[in-house]
Write a protein that binds this ligand. Structure first.
Ligand code: ADP
Ligand code: ADP
Ligand code: MG
Length: 245
């Protein structure tokens, strides 16, 4: 335990919560200790990721253990792969169940980057990843049957909410196992109360009993922390670097 704490300190990782898994020091540990497929490690290597970043060291094991997480780490520190790797592992391959993971990004540009990284990290698994480009196109594309053709949804909140609020809804999130809110501090910003309402709609739409949520952001904001501690059972919080509140 002391060794684990020393390693966390070295990496500037601070953690809160129960049943905390130790951080990994290299990606191979994901194979030996968590049964992650070697193909995902190969995909990481192909992207030039040879060593995990501190947020990846701690957040990936937490999510692999199915624990809900509030993760804060500086911009550019590899948060995207930190949530995509466990999701890809959990989803394994395509299923005819509709969306099983949703990533909400604050901007379209960020959603596109996440989409591209998801394609690369899941290469070889045939997971069907969808990014909502135009709500009008999505209206035709989904419908109860057709959305079974997808596994992962990457979207900005407004588009998704629009589809959810059609009567009847044109998209179902009933089988979602992981809901990721990326840049959650931005989505919670007080100035945009609208975002918060949108998140509430998305949150409610993920109605599966065992849905897990993950919040990732660059800054630690008390607002988000309060909401997360109140709403997410068994929450683990992981912060890398200084808390800049
Ligand atoms: P964040 O979301 O924390 O701002 P990103 O996930 O966008 O960070 O990653 C920032 C950059 O670091 C990207 O170019 C990404 O490809 C790269 N990157 C991520 N993880 C690693 C890693 N383990 N090793 C090397 N580069 C990485
Ligand atoms: P602190 O202010 O102790 O550094 P955080 O910044 O992580 O804690 O949390 C911000 C808010 O979330 C505070 O209002 C705090 O009361 C609440 N909070 C933090 N941790 C927990 C917890 N484990 N259970 C319930 N509420 C918590
Ligand atoms: Mg990011």
């Amino acid at each position: 335990q002391e060794k684990i704490n020393r390693f966390r300190n070295q990496q500037k990782i601070s953690v809160r919560g129960n049943d905390l898994p130790p951080p990994i020091e290299n990606f191979e540990q994901l194979v030996t200790e968590y049964g992650v497929g070697q193909d995902i490690i190969d995909n990481l290597k192909n992207l030039g990721y040879s060593v995990p970043t501190p947020i990846q060291m701690q957040a990936i094991p937490v999510m692999l253990k199915n624990q809900q997480i509030l993760a804060c780490a500086p911009t550019g520190s590899g948060k995207t792969a930190a949530f995509l790797v466990p999701i890809i592992h959990h989803l394994k391959g395509p299923r005819r169940k509709g969306f099983r993971a949703v990533v909400v990004s604050p901007t379209r540009e960020l959603a596109k980057q996440t989409y591209r990284e998801c394609l690369k990290l899941s290469e070889g698994r045939n997971l069907r990843i969808h990014i909502i480009s135009k709500a009008s196109i999505a209206m035709k594309k989904f419908g109860p049957e057709s959305s079974k053709r997808f596994d992962i949804l990457i979207t900005t909140p407004n588009r998704l909410v629009y589809l959810l609020q059609q009567d009847p809804p044109v998209i179902s999130l009933a089988n979602v196992k992981w809901l990721v809110i990326d840049e959650s501090d931005k989505l919670f910003e007080a100035s945009e109360d609208g975002f918060r309402d949108q998140l509430a709609v998305i949150y409610r739409a993920c109605e599966s009993e065992n849905v897990r949520r993950a919040l990732f952001s660059a800054t630690h904001t008390p607002d988000v922390a309060r909401w997360a501690h109140k709403n997410l059972k068994g929450l683990v919080s992981v912060t890398v670097g200084h808390r800049n509140t």
